[in-house]
Structures are given as structure tokens and as C-alpha cells.
Design a protein. Structure first.
Length: 402
């Protein structure tokens, strides 16, 4: 993976002299898999909703452009294609007439939840000849982090274990968490790129209440470091103010905000911490922001980690899943919940993250003219391109379907 390419250097058809050429990158053809993933990368697990929201009453969701009905039966969550093969009525409009099944509301075609097979047709009597001969597609389901996750296959392959896709530290340590799931406008790739975007946080979020008492830097020098299946943003230089020739002085420092730290830091984005949670410290993250497939952002702060999962709904919508995790147990968890419900949920997962939602909804690219800090975007696109090519290579016969 070439993570240190200057953004824009590989633009096909880019002319330095030609007057007719538009500046920058006209399309994403140099990342063909990424370009083709407008409705999401198939072949991954995606969080859909809170586990507690899935009950015996089926509910509709769209994931990677596919309509899915989620329902719980005897404690287990099931996902079925949300379309009755009879006349195309959504199964999520129906209900349960027999244990282990869901029935379409129109004529009572009844489907077995584990297999999706047509188990009975109520209005055709017990001798219905279609029974057992057809059915609806089912999707693998798991529950993690208090959420229902659905695997969207590339073809008909078996899914990889969900734990191999989760942030490693969440699989191997107990934790408490709080989170927010929100349907949002804009393509999932804009959301993902925004999350890892080096340049925007210090400027867009300078007005966030979450940052009311802490200054944000003016500009940074950043490097992208790959580690395992993640890429990390590593801050080499942090500048808290600058003089722009012929324009003026700019800084986010204010008299009421804390003073910026002297040294460069790589945990959290407003300064160096006195004490770092031992679980977080043991991960030896090279930088505070990291990203992995299929669009999982991790921001490591000294005492908690914030994750964002960008879940593709369709080409123009995604689901934002923001999760704040603290690696504590026992009485300490009460302190976490108080902090989460009292502040983090509103200030961070609410207003701060709402600024991101606003930008993601109004981003319109390509075309685009990337600038130096966009090395974070190109590194992510390179990573996804490489990882997805590897995934397809491991699934014989699927390359042409992707
Ligand atoms: S449309 Fe589903 S049973 Fe007729
Ligand atoms: Fe942001």
C-alpha cells in the first residue's frame, strides 16, 4: 500500500499544461472497487439497530441497497429479504402466526425464519404445492455491542467470524458503552472520509460546545501509518496559530480555553494526558485516529475510545453508529453512564457529530481537488481498494459480481 503518495499525483488524464483540463480529480476510477461501492462493500458485517429494538414484530431496514426484515423469535434475531415472492409485499408488514415463522400480511404465505423456506400458505390450505419449494433469502445475524449485525454476502459465501472484523480491544476486554444510531443523508463513503479527514476537525468543530474549553490546533503535519488491518493518523507537528501572508493571524486559542500543550501528542486531539487507561495504553496505537474496513473509525482518547461505524443504506443514505467505550467494571461503570448520559451523548454524539452530519450531507465529490491533509482520504481509499481486492481473490468466482 502506498500511503504516502501526495494526493492527486496519480490522477489519470491530469494535465499540467492543458488549459481544457479541470483542476484535480474528475472521478474515482483509480480506486475501482471503492468507486463501485456506492451502496457499500458487500462481504462484511454491519450493525443495523439496537438489539433491544428487535422483537417478535418484524421491522424493515435497508442495508447495502437491500431491503431486510429483522425479527426475533425465541431469543434469536433473524434477517430475511423483505419481499414476499407472491406479490412483492414487504414481510416486515406482516406478523407471526406460528412459532419460528413470519407470515406475509396479504395472503398468509408463511416463511421459516432460520431457512427462509415457504413453510405454509394459510389461504391455500395444508396441501399447498409450493410449500418447501421456494422461499426468501436469509442473512447471517450476530449480536455484539448491544446491536444486531447483519452479514451482506458478495455471493453465497459463508461469513467470516464477526469478531475478526471488530476492533480487537473490544473482543478481548470487558467494557461499558453508550451509543447513538442515527439515519443520515449522504453516501457512506463521505461519512467515512469525514471521520478520518485530517483537516476538518480543527476548523469545522472549533465552534462545538464539546470543545468550548479546549482549543483546537490551526494546522498539523500528519503521517499515515499502517498497522495490521488499520491505518493510523500520526501527528508529527501541531501548530496552534499561524500568520497567513497578506491575510492575517488565525488561532482557536481563547482566554477562556485551556492552554495548548507544548509537546506533540497522539492520544486525544486537544493535548497530552497525565494518565492513560491501561487497556488503551496497552494497544500501542501509533496515532489517535484509525480506520479499518468496511468503514470503522476509532478515536482513542486517554480514558475512553470513540468508534464510528458508517453503515451503507443506499447510495444517498447511511446509518451513523457512534459508540463511546470505557474499559471499566463494577462501580466505575456508574460514573461512565452518568458522564455519557449527562454530557457525551448530547455534546459529542449530538452537537459535535451533528456538524459532521451536516458536511456529509452536503459534500459533492468527485470532482475534487485534494490538498495536503487529504493524505488521510487517499490512504483510506488505497486501503479499501487493497483489502477488497484481497477479499475477492479469496472468494473464487466472485470477482466479476463485485
Ligand atoms: S403478497 Fe405475500 S402472501 Fe400474497
Ligand atoms: Fe468531525
Amino acid at each position: 500500500m502506498t500511503v504516502e503518495d501526495a494526493p492527486g499525483t496519480a490522477t489519470p488524464g491530469r494535465s499540467r499544461r492543458g488549459k481544457a483540463a479541470e483542476p484535480g480529480r474528475q472521478d474515482w476510477k483509480s480506486w475501482p472497487h471503492y468507486d463501485g461501492a456506492a451502496a457499500g462493500f458487500r462481504g462484511y458485517w454491519y450493525p443495523v439497530t439496537w438489539s433491544s429494538h428487535i422483537t417478535g414484530k418484524p421491522q424493515p431496514f435497508t442495508l447495502c441497497g437491500e431491503r431486510i426484515a429483522l425479527i426475533r423469535d425465541a431469543g434469536t434475531a433473524y434477517a430475511l429479504h423483505d419481499r414476499c415472492p407472491h406479490r412483492g409485499v414487504p414481510l416486515s408488514e406482516g406478523d407471526q402466526q406460528f412459532p419460528g415463522t413470519v407470515s406475509c400480511p396479504y395472503h398468509g404465505w408463511t416463511f421459516d425464519l432460520p431457512t427462509g423456506k415457504l413453510a405454509a400458505v394459510i389461504t391455500d390450505g395444508p396441501g399447498c404445492r409450493l410449500t418447501g419449494k421456494l422461499g426468501v433469502r436469509t442473512y447471517p445475524v450476530e449480536e455484539r455491542l448491544g446491536m444486531v449485525w447483519v452479514y451482506v454476502p458478495v455471493a453465497d459465501e459463508e461469513p467470516h467470524p464477526i469478531d475478526s472484523q471488530l476492533p480487537e480491544e473490544l473482543v478481548s476486554h470487558p467494557f461499558v458503552m453508550g451509543g447513538r444510531i442515527e439515519p443520515r443523508g449522504g453516501n457512506w463513503r463521505f461519512a467515512c472520509e469525514n471521520g478520518f479527514d485530517e483537516g476538518h476537525a480543527k476548523y469545522l468543530h472549533r465552534t462545538a460546545l464539546w470543545r468550548l474549553f479546549k482549543p483546537m490546533p490551526t494546522w498539523n503535519i500528519t503521517r499515515i501509518v499502517p498497522k495490521g488491518r488499520w491505518i493510523f493518523r500520526v501527528q508529527e507537528e501541531v501548530h496552534w496559530e499561524a500568520d497567513f501572508p497578506g491575510v492575517g493571524h488565525w488561532s482557536n486559542k481563547r482566554w477562556w480555553k485551556t492552554r495548548p500543550p507544548k509537546e506533540t501528542f497522539n492520544i486525544g486531539n486537544t493535548g497530552k494526558a497525565d494518565r492513560i487507561d491501561p487497556v488503551i495504553e496497552a494497544q500501542e496505537f501509533p496515532g489517535f485516529a484509525s480506520l479499518s474496513m468496511p468503514g470503522v473509525l476509532r478515536i482513542a482518547y486517554p480514558k475512553f475510545i470513540h468508534y464510528e461505524f458508517y453503515v451503507p443504506v443506499d447510495e444517498d443514505h447511511h446509518r451513523y453508529v457512534g459508540v463511546m467505550v470505557n474499559f471499566t467494571e463494577g462501580w466505575e461503570t456508574l460514573r461512565f453512564y452518568a458522564k455519557y448520559l449527562g454530557a457525551v451523548r448530547w455534546l459529542f454524539h449530538g452537537q459535535f457529530s451533528g456538524q459532521d452530519a451536516w458536511m456529509v450531507d452536503v459534500t459533492d465529490a468527485p470532482p475534487e481537488k485534494l490538498y495536503r491533509p487529504d493524505i488521510s482520504l487517499t490512504a483510506w481509499r488505497n486501503l479499501s481498494e487493497e483489502e477488497y481486492a484481497k477479499k475477492l481473490a479469496a472468494l473464487p468466482g466472485t470477482e466479476e459480481k463485485a
